[in-house]
Design a binder for this molecule. Structure first.
Ligand code: SF4
Length: 217
């Protein structure tokens, strides 16, 4: 049974897919920001091998950062919640794969075992900007750069300014999530419904397709 959240909440990986243009069904994001424990369409994607590969890449990256003198925090140590002062009515939650901390140099890192997508960049850029404004006191006003590490050796680097540029543009999107349901466009398609966990009980426009790998994270 679905419950309306006490206040809207969005996880960074969802926000990243939307603002990067990877997904365009606004209503899917609006619904997940405002409702919880809804009836889900379960994915039949087998995550077991993906998880093993991700754990290995995470560990190797962690080890290399330690060798460079960084103090490293990993996954569950990195949960945070933050609000944007330009649209404070919604909580943004996140959990970067790794945070590398060293004197004046701090890095938000995500590791990826699949092929590169544009939204991966936003999974790093958003925490870079939000962590210093979050509920984690030790990161207050800390300056972060960012890095994406892929399993095939590709590395993408991001500077602090890029994170701030995305941050400045966030209220436009956050205002839609805290706004009325009618203002969030529902955009059914085979491509997006196949990767959406919202069942027909909540979304009567859902297109029936073979389910894919949901946005579990
Ligand atoms: S099932 Fe399709 S139309 Fe419905 S919210 Fe998800 S992506 Fe949008």
């Amino acid at each position: 049974m679905a419950f309306q959240r006490e206040e809207p909440y969005i996880f960074i990986s969802l926000l990243a897919r939307w603002i990067s243009g990877e997904r365009s069904c606004e209503w899917a994001f609006w619904f997940q920001a405002n409702w919880q424990d809804f009836e889900r369409v379960e994915s039949d994607f087998d995550f077991s091998v993906w998880k093993v590969d991700h754990t290995r890449l995470l560990r190797d990256t962690h080890k290399a950062l330690n060798a460079e003198g960084y103090s490293v925090k990993i996954e569950n140590q990195n949960w945070f919640r933050a609000r944007h002062e330009g649209s404070p009515g919604i909580v943004i939650g996140g959990k970067p794969d790794l945070l590398a901390l060293r004197d004046e140099d701090n890095i938000v890192l995500d590791v990826k075992t699949g092929k590169p997508h544009d939204w991966h960049a936003h999974q790093v850029l958003l925490p870079m900007a939000l962590l210093p404004r979050s509920d984690i006191d030790e990161h207050f006003e800390r300056r972060f750069r960012g890095r994406l590490v892929y399993h095939d050796g590709l590395v993408r680097e991001f500077d602090r300014r890029q994170g701030e540029d995305v941050y400045d543009r966030l209220p436009y999107f956050l205002d839609i999530l805290v706004g009325s349901e009618q203002d969030a466009h529902r955009v059914p398609s085979r491509q997006e419904c196949g990767y959406c966990p919202i069942s027909k009980a909540h979304c009567p426009d859902r297109v029936d397709v073979v389910p894919g790998a949901w946005d579990e994270d």
